[in-house]
Design a protein around this ligand. Structure first.
Ligand code: PLP
Length: 339
């Protein structure tokens, strides 16, 4: 169930409140209202009993504070901020697998994730079976003795399919293995993966969480033990977040709730408009009745179906290029989720 903003002021804080306040200690007179960027690679101390503070370790004070905020937004025990979304995905996968292990993943995935699973992990002795998550029993049938995790994404990039994480969770629970979900396109405003049986959520914070197209970042949220393990991989493979990026991410999170709700409304309006045009062959937006996962999106994403709209222009690639060239405001660039 998505947490609505604007409810009973005496009830637990909603996402808009958590986006502003979560993770921070209450301020004392003289403290800055905005957290300081702790732009330091290292910290005094580090003798035997001091505990080593070093920004690559993810224990820079602002990294920790924003990690707590992300955990609160996801309803997770813990979270860690990393240097990119792919860093977050890779650190999570590396923390859960070793040579000889096996992964079951939904077939529709962000391109680089697919390349990681299909081409890179096999070089490390880790294999993946890709399944159609809509095929009955697909997750369960693909499980092997050495399967260590199930992985899916929703809504998927770019066809905006919304696979049901509960089906994956049912298969995984029977075997005691975790479900990992990339919820970048959903954000915690639109989808609550941990309430649907997912164990670990990853995001490219480059997108909606940062929200201004000015950072590259990633987050992982889940049980503290899983976050510790992903953090260990982050340390060893060097995927740590820069303090200035973390500060910009914190700033983005303060407006996440309002931004995503506006994205939802704008995207639905654009999708409806395109759906009525004869130049458009097909609109792919889970908020439209014509989308194959419309009913599921309504159930799992009650706040809205997100800010991404995909559509197919009649006339093939040439017509699509002409359409894009004729746009006056919208310009072509990779990435999404920024204002
Ligand atoms: C769904 C999804 N996951 C992960 C990523 C990777 O994120 P990053 O570019 O921050 O590494 C992207 C990037 O487009 C994405 O769309």
């Amino acid at each position: 169930m998505a947490i609505e903003s604007g409810g009973d002021p005496t009830s637990a804080p909603g996402l808009s409140t958590l986006g502003v306040h979560a993770g921070a200690e209450p301020g004392k007179p003289g403290d800055p209202v905005v957290p300081a960027i702790v732009q330091s690679a290292t910290f005094f101390g580090g003798r035997r009993d001091d505990g080593l503070l070093y920004t690559r370790y993810g224990n820079n004070p602002l990294q920790l504070q924003v990690g707590r905020k992300v955990a609160a937004l996801e309803g997770a025990e813990a979270a860690v901020v990393l240097g990119s979304g792919m860093g977050a995905i890779a650190a999570t996968v590396l923390s859960l697998t070793e040579a000889g292990d096996h992964i079951v993943a939904a077939r529709d995935l962000y391109g680089a994730t697919r390349v990681l699973f299909e081409h890179e992990l096999p070089r490390r002795g880790i294999s993946t079976t890709f399944v159609d998550p809509e095929a009955p029993g697909a997750w369960r049938r693909a499980l092997r003795k050495r399967t260590r995790m199930l992985y899916l994404e929703a809504p998927t990039n770019p066809t905006l399919r919304v696979p049901d994480p509960r089906t994956a969770a049912a298969a995984a629970q029977a075997r005691g293995i975790p479900v990992v979900m990339d919820a970048t396109f959903a954000t915690p405003v639109n989808l609550r993966p941990l309430e649907l049986g997912v164990d670990i959520v990853v995001h490219s914070a480059t997108k909606y969480l940062g929200g201004h197209s000015d950072i590259i970042g990633g987050v992982v949220a889940g049980p503290a033990s899983a976050i510790d393990a992903a953090t260990e991989m982050m340390k060893l493979y060097g995927a740590a977040a820069d303090p200035h990026m973390v500060w910009l991410l914190d700033r983005g999170l303060r407006t996440l709730d309002v931004r995503v709700r506006r994205h939802n409304a704008n995207a639905l309006a654009v999708a409806r408009y395109l759906d009525g045009r004869r130049e458009v062959r097909r609109v792919l937006y889970p908020g439209l009745q014509s989308h194959p996962d419309h009913a599921r999106a309504r159930e799992l994403m009650p706040a809205g179906a997100g800010g991404m709209v995909s559509f197919v222009v009649r006339g093939g690639g040439g017509a699509a290029d002409r359409f894009v060239d004729a746009l006056r405001l919208v310009q072509v660039a990779p990435s999404l989720g920024g204002v």
